[in-house]
Design a binder for this molecule. Structure first.
Ligand code: G3H
Ligand code: ZN
Length: 282
C-alpha cells in the first residue's frame, strides 16, 4: 500500500530502527524496490529526484504516477518522496502529483539564504500536510558537482548550527554531512559516528544519511542501531547492480534485441540489493 514517509520515519525512530529510501529512475527501479521490500518484509520509501524528473524531460506526472501505482499494488508499505528539490516550481507540484514528502535542498546556498528558502518551503508544505526534509552541510558528489573530500572537516554538519537551523526552519528531518558522499560505486566511506551521536542529541528531528551506497554494511548497521540515523538514502548501489547485470547478460548474449531479456536480470539485481539494504535497518 501507499503510505507516507512521515509515518514510516516516525515508526522507525520510535523502535530505534532505520527506514531505507531508494531512488527511482525508471519504472523497473520502482518494481525492484517493491519486490525487495516484499522479500525483506520491510517498508521502504520510493524517491524521485529532481535530476530524475529532468531525465524524463520534466514529465513528473508520468514517473510519479508509475511509482505511486507500484506502491499501491505492493503488499509492502511504500511511501512516495520527491528528492533533492532545488526548484521551488517543482516543490509546488509535489502535492498535486501525490508526494507525501519532499527533500528541499538549499544546501548550496549560504546559511542565511538556506534558512530563509527552507522556512518558506516548510510553511508551504505544512499547510498541505507535506513532510519536509532539508540538508545542512554538504554531502557532496551530486550530479554536476566536483567530488568533495568527505573527510575535510569544513564539510561536516556542526551540531549547534544544526539545532539552530531546525528551530529556524521547522523541518521534519535533517540530512547531515557525516562522512558519506553521493555517487560512490565502492563501499569505502567511513562515517563519523561520534558526530552522528552528537547531532542526534542536539537535533530534535530524525537524521537522514545521504550517499549511503558508499557506506559498508556494518557502518550502516551501526549508524542506525547505535548512532541514531533514521532515514537511509540509497541510489547508486541500485544502478551499480542494474548495470553490472545488464553488462553481464549482453556480454553473453550478443545477438538478441528484446530489451526485456537484459532489463529483467538488471531489475532482479536491484531487488536483491534493496533486500540487502533493508536487512540493515533493524
Ligand atoms: O538522495 C539520494 C541519496 O543520497 C543517494 O545517494 O546514490 O550515493 O546512494 P547515493
Ligand atoms: Zn542525496
Amino acid at each position: 500500500p501507499l503510505v507516507s514517509t512521515g509515518e514510516l520515519v516516525s515508526a522507525a525512530q520510535a523502535r530505534g530502527h532505520g527506514v531505507a529510501a531508494f531512488n527511482v529512475i525508471t519504472l523497473e527501479h520502482a518494481e525492484a524496490i517493491a519486490t525487495g521490500a516484499e522479500r525483506a518484509g520491510a517498508p521502504a520509501i520510493l524517491q524521485v529526484s529532481e535530476n530524475a524528473v529532468k531525465f524524463h524531460g520534466g514529465r513528473l506526472t508520468a514517473i510519479a504516477a508509475a511509482a505511486a501505482a507500484v506502491a499501491r499494488t505492493s503488499s509492502a508499505p511504500l511511501a512516495l518522496h520527491l528528492d533533492h528539490v532545488e526548484s521551488v516550481d517543482l516543490l509546488h507540484r509535489a502535492h498535486d502529483e501525490g508526494f507525501g514528502s519532499v527533500m528541499f535542498d538549499a544546501s548550496k546556498l549560504a546559511y542565511e539564504d538556506n534558512v530563509r528558502a527552507t522556512a518558506e518551503a516548510v510553511a508551504w508544505g505544512h499547510e498541505r500536510g507535506i513532510w519536509i526534509e532539508a540538508e545542512l552541510g554538504k554531502v557532496g558528489g551530486k550530479e554536476g558537482e566536483a567530488p568533495l573530500d568527505a573527510h575535510a572537516p569544513g564539510v561536516r554538519t556542526d551540531p549547534a548550527e544544526a539545532a539552530a537551523y531546525v528551530a529556524a526552519t521547522g523541518v521534519d528531518a535533517l540530512a547531515v554531512a557525516v562522512g558519506s558522499s553521493h555517487a560512490m560505486t565502492e563501499r569505502t566511506a567511513a562515517l563519523d559516528h561520534e558526530l552522528i551521536g552528537r547531532l542526534r542529541d542536539a537535533v530534535p528531528v530524525p537524521l537522514v544519511l545521504h550517499g549511503s551506497s558508499g557506506v559498508p554494511d556494518d557502518e550502516i548497521r551501526r549508524a542506525v542501531a547505535s548512532s541514531g540515523m533514521v532515514k537511509i538514502n540509497v541510489g547508486t548501489a541500485l544502478n551499480t547492480a542494474f548495470t553490472g547485470a545488464v553488462r553481464a547478460h549482453l556480454a553473453e548474449n550478443t545477438t538478441g534485441v528484446d530489451p526485456r531479456k537484459y532489463i529483467a536480470p538488471g531489475r532482479e539485481a536491484m531487488a536483491a540489493t534493496v533486500a540487502g539494504f533493508l536487512a540493515l535497518m533493524g
